[in-house]
Write a protein that binds this ligand. Structure first.
Ligand SMILES: Nc1ncnc2c1ncn2[C@@H]1O[C@H](COP(=O)(O)OP(=O)(O)OP(=O)(O)O)[C@@H](O)[C@H]1O
Ligand SMILES: [Mg+2]
Length: 422
């Protein structure tokens, strides 16, 4: 289980370990689907044969490259380490974009001088930290999933490199980086409400694509750092190292070791290891809460009762009067009152404790799209302190007032006055 910031990941509970996590999809030479099968987005997934990790680790990098090249052909470029060194100035810190559990990410440029037909473009090169806790399995899962999954709301994998112990991934470059950076980095300009909604819709479409396949893919690591943004704030999901094929046949879930990131993982998945697409819906709800409040899913720097965003926010989600108490102060009332009410309600449904009460992705997209272009801005309709019609703004006598000027009750008082949430 990862903490929200680039910590090593490990199982949260030991009771839910199963052999399942020692298995990964592989479509190598002994079971190779035809090229045409691969072009059908995720349809060929079930034809992947399952191999044990030990089996994979016995494969040489030459064999892996040969198998991947045969499987993906020209859909993915097979780069050499020397080439990726050259395009990133030897992985120079000047080209560093960020660092996560897998390793560092550097910017580089590719064009057809590297491979005939390769489009001239900036790329992001992710380099496995050999000392880290992620490894070949996550690298391979990323290549296999992203190598086949193509959708405007999934980041495009351009190629990979497997040389001796080195494992690298080459993606399209996303100029605006991650949603996490925009929401939480102090120096970034606050994202306007309309942009937050647009990002939520884009990310929802990415998840809907994964869940909507004949054989659904469970993403398992939906969080703000994995939502990347292009120059127009179109959202694309990245990081498929934890992704899993959904249950097959009459099975209702897949059982797996609990992995993911603290604060985002669904409670039933954490306690049982049973993974369904509804686990992703819970994580999606957590991200909606982050978009509304500007707070991290898990923030150890806050007082104990405010560290877990879902627990803290839940009692405020039932009405727009309460919801405004937890709205991101950086929005300064520049949001649609109906819009945040709709998103708050949706977030509440997504983080329902009973997975059956969580909506499906198509319904989520429909709701979010219906909230676009609303003009009832809190600041102009007197719903924000200091706005002309409110006449309510009184200094900052307590912490809540300092944050948003409403003099809201504490979370504990709100929770005590709330009907028991689902
Ligand atoms: N395709 C990309 N284009 C631009 N920047 C990227 C790209 N991929 C990753 N980054 C940057 O690199 C950072 C690290 O990404 P990475 O996915 O390795 O880790 P993370 O998501 O922050 O953490 P975790 O390992 O827990 O998923 C991102 O936050 C982002 O700023
Ligand atoms: Mg990531």
């Amino acid at each position: 289980m990862r903490s929200t910031k680039s910590q090593p990941w490990r199982p949260l509970t030991s009771k839910c370990c199963s052999a399942d996590d020692h298995i990964i999809f592989r479509s190598f030479s002994r079971c190779r689907p035809s090229k045409s099968e691969f072009s059908k987005n995720i349809a060929p997934m079930p034809s992947f044969r399952k191999f044990s990790l030990s089996d994979i680790s016995r494969s040489s990098s030459a064999r892996i490259n040969e198998d991947l090249a045969q499987s993906f052909g020209q859909d993915l470029y097979d780069f050499q380490l020397g080439e990726l060194r050259a395009i990133t100035q030897n992985f120079s810190s000047n080209f560093l974009l960020g660092e996560g559990g897998f390793g560092r990410v550097h910017k580089g440029y590719v064009d057809d001088s590297l491979r005939p037909g390769l489009k001239a473009q900036p790329v992001a090169v992710k380099l496995l930290d050999i000392e880290g806790l992620q490894g070949h399995r996550e690298w391979l899962a990323e290549v296999i999933f992203l190598g086949q999954l193509r959708h405007p709301n999934l980041v495009k994998l351009i190629g990979y490199c497997c040389e001796d112990e080195e494992r690298l991934l080459v993606y399209e470059f996303m100029p605006r980086g991650s949603l996490e950076n925009h929401l939480f980095k102090r120096l970034s300009i606050s994202l306007p409400w309309g942009t937050r909604l647009k990002i939520a819709i884009g990310a929802a479409k990415g998840l809907a694509f994964l869940h909507g396949a004949e054989n659904p893919v469970i993403y398992r690591d939906f969080k703000t750092s994995n939502v990347l943004l292009d120059s127009d704030f179109n959202a694309k999901l990245s990081d498929f190292g934890l992704a899993k094929m959904g249950p097959e046949g009459s099975n209702t879930h897949v059982t797996t070791r609990v992995m993911g990131t603290y604060g985002y993982a669904a409670p039933e998945y954490v306690s049982t290891g049973h993974l369904t697409t509804k686990s992703d819906i819970y994580s999606f709800g957590v991200v909606l809460l982050e978009l509304l409040t500007g707070r991290r899913a898990m923030d150890k720097k806050r007082p104990k009762n405010e560290q877990n965003l879902v627990d803290w926010a839940r009692p405020y989600l039932i009405s727009s009067r309460r919801l405004r108490c937890i709205m991101d102060p950086r929005l300064a009332g520049q949001y649609s009152v109906k819009g945040v009410k709709g998103m708050g309600l949706l977030a509440q449904q997504c983080v329902s404790l009973n997975p059956k009460d969580r909506p499906k992705m198509p319904a989520i997209i429909e709701t979010l799209e219906s909230l676009q272009n609303l003009k009832d801005m809190a600041v102009t309709c007197g719903q924000w302190p200091g706005s002309p019609k409110s006449g309510r703004y009184v200094g900052p006598p307590n912490r809540m007032r300092r944050e948003n000027g409403f003099g809201c009750k504490s979370a504990a008082a709100v929770a005590a006055a709330s009907p028991r949430s689902k």
